[in-house]
Design a protein around this ligand. Structure first.
Ligand code: GDP
Length: 444
């Protein structure tokens, strides 16, 4: 994922500084400069980057800072907060409610990823207990209905289209009426795009909007256009007012950071990021979570959500996390869950520390590493597995025995325990937060 290389550059600029023997103003300026260069290379606008530079400098006043840890923490926090504010649109998105029809209309240029994203969103809600369906009102592009049909069938989502009807307004109205009668909760309407912004497209969008009166209009925007996202979203906003944006192709686009920050300046909520062509390649966008993951701090909330949406049997782990507990066995379950969930590099990014550990490895090497970690867990006694890991850390002889039993090295056992400690710390922090998150489940 290209955005992660931006994150790695920023993270290493911060950790190089905090590890430096003398943490002086010159070294600090060097770090700020490196962060700004990395952002500009990711196509974030110079104006925004210069604002970020000023804010970080304002927050970290060297003369007033104490020594040691305090100073480091203040710098890390300032960088984190400013990155969050750079991508934060400061706007609340619409939340669909169960038990009533929520009509969601998708707009955007051709090729932005509308049809793909419609299905991802329909599935997202379906696994959260909403009755979701799809309407194909793209009568402009030949093959659009077939594509939607294929995607919908794969995702097991009911769909509607009418190849004999050339008027998209009529098809949209028919589909919405049919599904409203059938009491669906989420009715997603895919509309046509054009190669570029043109009058015809905007007129059609407004006509469909008038006919189906959507509760929410979502614009799908290709992240690879970088800063140009700002002008494009503004043009669409003037034509057909929309409530939220989904940015796609953040997996391959070096310019994803540019698109996200540019859209944030328009104060339109970014609700999801598309991160691949697969049905599951959809990530909820929340500024703090996004920046934590970008910087390799992991995204435990995202992981928990993903595990739940996969319907894997991980009840004990969820319960433990909610209670602020995280045993070695929970780590083992997470690791084997990841192996089942596919694109390893993507899943690893959600686990604090694991993305750094796997940096530079391809998916095969990553799988081998994960398998070795699981072997280590499997060589533990039940008492060790269900412990909080302390007996293993405090008794090195146990580590030697486990390394021998699993055919690995003591160093690898130590790494696993470090990984476990980090996740246990996160679980402790998440206590309470998890309960809120579960309550918010299924709501945008
Ligand atoms: P539409 O014309 O706006 O409906 O766009 P499509 O849904 O047909 O998508 C256009 C192309 O972009 C297809 O090849 C999709 O597989 C691809 N695509 C959509 N979203 C993503 C994404 O998040 N990442 C990547 N890499 N490709 C995507």
């Amino acid at each position: 994922m290209v955005l992660s290389s931006l994150g790695q550059r920023i993270s290493s600029a911060v950790s190089d500084l905090t590890r430096a023997p003398t943490l002086d103003e010159k070294a600090f300026d060097g770090m700020v400069k490196e962060i700004c260069n990395a952002l500009i290379e990711a196509d974030v606008s110079v104006r925004l980057v210069s604002g970020l530079r000023t804010s970080i400098r304002k927050k970290v006043n060297f003369k007033e800072l104490g020594q040691g840890v305090n100073k480091k923490r203040i710098i890390q926090k300032a960088v984190f907060d400013e990155l969050v504010s750079l991508v934060n649109p400061h706007a609340e998105p619409f939340k669909p409610k169960k038990g009533k029809p929520n009509v969601i209309m998708f707009v955007g240029l051709q090729g932005a990823g509308k049809t793909t994203t419609c299905t991802k969103i329909a599935r997202f809600y379906a696994v959260r207990g909403f009755r979701s369906c799809l309407v194909c009102a793209d009568t402009f592009r030949a093959g659009a209905f077939d594509q939607l049909k294929q995607n919908a069938t794969k995702a097991k989502i009911p769909y509607y289209g009418n190849l004999l009807q050339p008027d998209p307004v009529v098809v949209a109205r028919e589909g919405v009426e049919k599904f409203k009668k059938e009491r669906f909760d989420i009715i997603i309407v895919d509309t046509s795009g054009r190669h570029r912004q043109e009058e015809d497209l905007f007129t059609e969008m407004v006509d469909i909007q008038r006919a189906i009166k959507p509760d929410q209009t979502i614009m799908v925007l290709d992240g690879s256009i970088g800063q140009a996202a700002e002008a494009q979203s503004r043009a669409f906003k003037e034509a057909a007012d929309f409530g939220a944006i989904i940015i796609t192709k953040t997996d391959g686009a070096a310019k994803g950071g540019g698109a996200i920050s540019a859209v944030a300046t328009t104060h339109t909520p970014i609700i999801f990021l598309g991160s691949g062509e697969h049905l599951l390649d959809l990530e909820r966008f929340e500024p703090e979570r996004f920046v934590s993951k970008l910087l390799g701090l992991g995204d435990m909330a995202g992981l928990v959500e993903h595990v739940q949406s996969m319907n894997l049997n991980q009840k004990d782990t969820m319960k433990h996390i909610a209670e602020g507990v995280f045993t070695v066995r929970d780590l083992r379950d997470q690791l084997s869950g990841i192996m089942k969930m596919g694109p390893l590099s993507k899943m690893a990014g959600m686990i604090p520390g694991l993305s750094n550990m796997m940096q530079g490895m391809d998916d095969d090497e990553g799988s081998t590493k994960l398998r070795r970690m699981i072997c280590i867990c499997d060589s533990m006694t039940l008492k060790e597995l269900d412990s909080d890991g302390r007996i293993l850390v405090n008794q090195p002889s146990r580590q030697v025995r486990i390394a021998r039993g699993s055919g690995t090295s003591v160093r690898e056992v130590e790494d696993l325990l470090t990984q476990h400690r980090m996740m246990a710390g996160m679980a402790k922090k998440m206590k309470g937060g998890m309960a809120n998150m579960q309550r918010a489940q299924g709501q945008l």
